[in-house]
Ligand binder design. Sequence first.
Ligand code: ACO
Length: 376
Amino acid sequence: MPEIVKGLKDVYLDTTESSFIDGQVGKLLYRGYDIHDLAEKSTFEEVVYLLLYGSLPTAQQLADFDAELRANRRIPNEVIQVLDLVKASHPMDALRTGISALSAFDPEVADNSIEATIRKGIRLTAQGPTIVAAHHRLRQGLEPVAPNSDLNHSGNFLYMMFGETPDEETANLLDVDFILHAEHGANASAFGARVTASTISDLHSAVTTGVGVLKGPAHGGAAEEVMKMSLEIGNPENAEEYARKHLEAGGRIMGFGHRVYRAEDPRARHLRDRARVLGEKKGEPRWFQILSHLEQNTMLPYRDRGICVNVDFFAGAIYYLLDIPDDLFISIFALGRIPGWTLQCVEQYKDNILIRPLLEYTGEMDLEYVPIEQRG
Ligand code: ACO
């Protein structure tokens, strides 16, 4: 029997210059820069530049790059029509469909050169929010709002969603959230995107794969589940009993645990503080109190087993307080992750090998084929 590494746990697939993760101490670097510095000092636009080009931009480079993102936000009317046809579907299904549909209108869809892939990654990063916002409005019977090139990436997304210019603080909050979700090594969705790229398929196909993989509750779906749980718990006093019963029944507390981190996910820190502040500002501190109670009490013994909060634990409360419906939480994660998927595909194309593992067959052998009329 060959050695089987279920879930490819702890298997190194390749080398990367994208991000560094030390799961034992909870350290995350994008292109060598600490996530804490990027979350506190950078912008999503700058982080996208850093990821795609490998170094921090000069002021002029950033201004040009930002202008390119702003100029590429529009999506063709035909894609809006497709989104209208699928308006009853989950926002992640609509995003997956929308990205797939955009491939019909991208002049470079079949060009898998590094330069074209980066250009397509920039376009998809810019167009992704337009898809999500247009679908969200269409499903409410509202007209999509055209992108506003006076607003930054995050501000424009909120503007297209709600039809109003957000205040700076709210746009900044989303900006930090996008930064924290931008890249994370060989996570399941990036791996899915890499598998697609490894067949020399194109970036639209790879990003479509990434969206499909991200959708599951074991990956990007956790923020939505955390908020659903918080709503069910209702009050901090109920948290302990709810969580205990849930765990005793063999359930998991969503937003805890990670395949790589044995210490706290470093991204969670930035969302924890912001969830608390936002909750107080909105006069709804209880959601943070519920989460805090779970973290400090029920789940405290789990820390010793390396099961700590992950990036999704506080994200849900922030989205909820920003009036973002819970079925849109994963889409926001996906919008932040498009640059990371692009970078993973660029690295895959640069030194490609078809990703094709093996499965050890454990079924029956050499059975006799019985014609259907003779089967009992
Ligand atoms: N709550 C309770 N127990 C947990 C949790 C949790 N959230 N996560 C893991 N455990 C326990 C498991 O029950 C298992 O216990 P056992 O050894 O007694 O059977 C042990 O920890 C190991 O769990 P695995 O599922 O084998 O670990 P894996 O590395 O495969 O799982 C995963 C990682 C899927 C993220 C898991 O921790 C989980 O299901 N968490 C909840 C979902 C979640 O928050 N996902 C978001 C991840 S972050 C992201 O994708 C951005």
